[in-house]
Ligand binder design. Structure first.
Ligand SMILES: *[C@@H]1O[C@H](CO)[C@@H](O)[C@H](O)[C@H]1NC(C)=O
Length: 411
């Protein structure tokens, strides 16, 4: 096993472009050598890179298809801040199609409900510890992100189907491999370190240009990367694109140019420090205190292009009348949201929650588009669309099969 891994390591070290930092790639890999138990099929060395074949490749255990573009995606979450202050956190490993389209939730029969118990049953405590440190859900529920990432993206990877493993492999080895590989690739792409080495560090005063950031990351990765900013022009995500030779588990990931243009302004990009970032206290926590006129908005909260709306406890419901919400302006461009039950917040489970005794959090409201958001995430998500008389929790971000914009609609 070890010698197999060393072969892979050596092969990687030789063909990695200079700009890609092999030290980090090695650092990531080394941690896994002790527990390397994967029994995935060994792939021929001359199999073409994904998306570059000119004949049909029938070996679906050694040729990732149709998701031949592998994206290693990272977050910079500063509000609420998660993960180390000096680290972009791991979002996922995604198989996109060669043209940039993508499939998701490809196989319900491969879906999992817990990642932790699987990793524990394999004795992967070190990997779990690492994941808890670097693979963060900004809403606090890390495992729900891990499970979501496998179900949404891992089920679309053909080279880690169970049938690609030898018969005596313990079931769920492929899931362990998915998490291992995601962490390993992430560790070889230390975005924060790369930016900091070029003077691009979090700051409350300094802003950066798109070109500064893109040039810095391209010099290290060897190819243009994709960066994404949120509504405050603050950097929020970085995506690294690859083609793959061989399987997800032990194939070689070749950096390629990002398939889409960065979504950040040319200038004035903020890199907001995680440490000490605390938006000013909401101004109107006392319901009896007068609110300046012109700074209050009223309306229903409706998932766009979906049935139903949010009811007074903050859940999504499709079988009744919509609840009225009030948005009152807090500092920092934020709004406190209130229903007849009380103020709204994002609870510890990550869901919208309104009720008596809730201390308000700051949401954002885009007047032009009429959208309510939280934590810099433009969208909200839910596990499913509410059926008759069921109330469905909704959470900010993309961590669910159903995603939508949340609209403030006038009554
Ligand atoms: C590349 O391989 C896939 C999977 O076998 C196949 O569907 C596709 O047609 C191939 N592309 C070309 C140009 O032959």
């Amino acid at each position: 096993m070890l010698s197999l891994l060393l072969t892979v390591l050596t092969a990687n070290a030789v063909s990695i472009p200079d700009a890609f930092n092999p030290q980090n790639a090695l650092k990531g890999l080394k941690d896994f050598t002790e527990n390397w138990t994967n029994e995935v099929k060994k792939c021929p060395a001359d199999i073409p890179f994904t998306c570059t074949n000119d004949t049909v490749i029938s070996d679906s255990c050694c040729f990732e298809y149709p998701g031949g573009v592998l994206l290693q995606t990272q977050f910079w979450d500063y509000y609420p801040a998660v993960g180390p202050d000096d680290m972009f956190t791991l979002h996922g490993l995604w198989p996109d199609r060669c043209d940039g389209q993508y499939d998701q939730f490809c196989d319900p029969s491969r879906e999992i409900h817990s990642a932790k118990s699987i990793l524990e049953s394999f004795g992967e405590t070190e990997l779990l510890n690492k994941m808890s440190r670097v693979w963060k859900n900004f809403n606090g529920n890390d495992e729900s992100l891990w499970v979501h990432e496998f179900n949404k993206h891992g089920t679309c990877m053909t080279t880690i189907k169970e049938s690609c493993y030898s018969a005596d492999t313990k079931p769920n080895q492929n899931i362990v491999d998915f998490y291992k590989k995601s962490v390993e690739l992430f560790e070889g792409l230390p975005t924060y370190e790369w930016l900091a080495a070029n003077g691009i560090v979090p700051s409350n005063e300094q802003t950066y240009t798109k070109q500064q950031i893109e040039d810095t990351l391209r010099a290290r990765f060897g190819q243009p990367v994709f960066i994404k900013c949120n509504r405050y022009q603050a950097i929020q995500e970085v995506w690294y694109f690859h083609h793959l030779r061989g399987s997800i588990v032990d194939g070689f990931y070749q950096p390629i140019a990002a398939l889409l243009e960065s979504q950040c302004p040319e200038n004035g990009i903020k890199f907001i420090p995680k440490k000490g970032f605390a938006p000013p206290k909401p101004t109107h926590t006392d319901p009896s205190s007068p609110v300046p006129t012109g700074k209050v908005l009223h309306g229903y909260l409706k998932p766009e292009n979906q049935p139903g709306c949010v009811i007074s406890n903050g859940k999504w419901y499709s079988s009744g009348t919509c609840a009225k919400f009030t948005l009152s302006k807090a500092e920092f461009g934020g709004y406190n949201i209130k229903s007849s039950k009380g103020y709204c917040k994002i609870g510890t489970e990550g869901f919208l929650l309104c009720g008596a005794g809730v201390s308000p959090m700051q949401f954002a409201y885009d007047r032009e588009k009429g959208l309510v958001t939280f934590g810099g995430k433009n969208k909200w998500s839910a596990d499913k669309v509410p059926q008759r008389f069921t109330q469905i929790p909704i959470s900010p971000g993309y961590d669910g099969p159903i995603t939508f914009h949340l609209k403030l609609v006038s009554q």
